[in-house]
Design a protein around this ligand. Structure first.
Ligand SMILES: C[S@@+](CC[C@H](N)C(=O)[O-])C[C@H]1O[C@@H](n2cnc3c(N)ncnc32)[C@H](O)[C@@H]1O
Length: 428
């Protein structure tokens, strides 16, 4: 337990100093190659959990400490320990003793008494303190104030549901490869292995509990892929047919490239600006036994790589704020800044404008984000339509996608993450 608590502290410290959680965890794993899978799981749980509930934990700490803590290390130690005391079954006394021992090593041990006092005081009046803290919206919903204000303005009826969904553990969803089976047949295979799951659509299954992919029948033969149901909508909406030329303009790690290739025999070009991430497209397609032309390229500069032949379909799954998948990356809630949105919109606008000439007459471009902020989604799509009179925005429909897709926006809930889609057809 000592090691896992220490590593979790280091990871959360890195995030609160500005690093994203995925990178912070990679550093932790690289520097500690000998930890067991159980220890890894425990570090992940504390790091994710602390960031998921950071608003509440900070409010508790503010009440318990008589003055704001200057040492970030000490603050992180208390936040991660409060997380364990409030949300896990770890033995309270062992957790507190360890925190006090760690405090002895921070800043010449000056905070040791404070850590001891704060944690024991929390244990004495836990329920009252949590109830009082939750009167504050930041603590109750665990999001920064500016994010909550945006959600209230954009979704006056659903904002609470969105924020609450962001604080849940994400569902694990499978996309069934229709070249091998369908949801019903694959559910039978899961059931034989004692894995509880339910059907979301003809080719989509939600597992009751997250599983290692090693446990999934025929996973390594490409029968299923792990992909959120909301993300699965992209390939269905693009409506690819045999023989089409298709561009996946922001392809890595290849979730949607694989899906497009499962749906029809297409000539797919999959590009991404990040060559490291692009390697994962190759790995994914190899597992699915599917082929594409995969290359490192900048979607906002086709002049550097395009051969001049237009595409029937383009998927522009652009870089975005990822605010629709905050429950998978709880660090996003605390690392994003309101000013980031203007930069994402500018980048997306440039990419869409540069890609549009590559669409053949009568062809389609799907603009996709995993964001719930209208600045990137609805407003960007409307601005794109105004700039391109030859682009007709299509109604979105498919029997395979979540029924709550409204005006292109999916809000996160127990079945899927938050996504936005806008489909444009080029005039003939
Ligand atoms: C949302 S992710 C794509 C996810 C992918 N479509 C999937 O389903 O697995 C966005 C991707 O855009 C890539 N990207 C960012 N800027 C780019 C650019 N200028 N040209 C091409 N790809 C870019 C990022 O490297 C990242 O992999």
């Amino acid at each position: 337990m000592l090691l896992t608590q220490t590593l979790a502290c280091e990871t959360v410290f890195a995030v609160l100093s500005g690093q994203n959680l995925t990178e912070a965890l990679s550093t932790t794993w690289r520097q500690n190659p000998n930890i067991t899978p159980q220890q890894r799981g425990a570090v992940q749980d504390i790091a994710y959990g602390t960031l998921r509930h950071l608003g509440l934990l900070e409010a508790l700490l503010n009440t318990l400490a008589s003055k704001p803590l200057k040492e970030l290390e000490l603050k992180v130690l208390l936040l991660t320990t409060l997380y364990q005391l409030q949300f896990t079954r770890a033995g309270a006394h062992a957790v507190v003793d360890h925190a006090v021992n760690v405090a002895a090593k921070i800043g010449q041990g000056k905070g040791k008494g404070l850590v001891n006092a704060v944690l024991r005081s929390f244990l004495r009046q836990k329920d009252e303190l949590v109830a009082a803290a939750q009167k504050n919206e930041r603590a109750k919903f665990n999001h920064p104030k500016w994010w909550m204000t945006e959600m209230k303005n954009a979704y006056p009826k659903q904002w609470q549901q969105i924020l609450q969904a962001n604080n849940q553990h994400p569902p694990m969803t499978l996309r069934v490869n229709r070249r091998h089976s369908n949801a019903e047949q694959y559910l039978a295979l899961l059931s034989e292995r004692g894995i509880a799951a339910r059907r979301l659509s003809d080719f989509s299954i939600q597992l009751e509990k997250a599983q290692s992919v090693d446990a999934l029948p025929h996973f390594f033969d490409g029968w299923v892929s792990v992909q959120d149901w909301g993300a699965q909508a992209a390939a269905h909406l693009l409506d690819v047919k045999d023989g089409m030329r298709v561009l996946d303009a922001c392809a890595a790690p290849g979730g949607k490239s694989g899906h497009l290739l499962e749906l029809a025999d297409i000539a797919l070009t999959a590009i991404d600006a990040d060559s490291g991430r692009l390697k994962r497209v190759d790995d994914n397609l190899a597992r699915l036994n599917l082929r594409a032309t995969v290359m490192t390229a900048d979607a906002s500069n086709p002049a550097a790589w395009w051969d001049g032949q237009q595409f029937d379909r383009i998927l522009a799954d652009v870089p975005c704020s990822a605010t629709g998948v905050a429950r998978r990356h709880p660090d996003i809630k605390w690392l994003r800044r309101p000013e980031d949105f203007a930069e994402f919109s500018r980048q997306q606008e440039k990419m869409l404008d540069q890609l549009w000439p590559l669409v053949a007459s009568g062809g389609k471009l799907l603009y996709a984000t995993c964001s719930v902020f209208p600045a990137e989604n609805r407003l960007s799509a409307e601005a794109f339509a105004r700039r391109h009179p030859d682009a007709r925005r299509e109604a979105l429909s498919s029997e395979h996608i979540p029924a709550d897709l409204i005006d292109g926006q999916l809000l996160p809930n127990s079945e899927h993450d938050g996504f936005f889609y806008a489909l444009f057809t080029k005039a003939i």
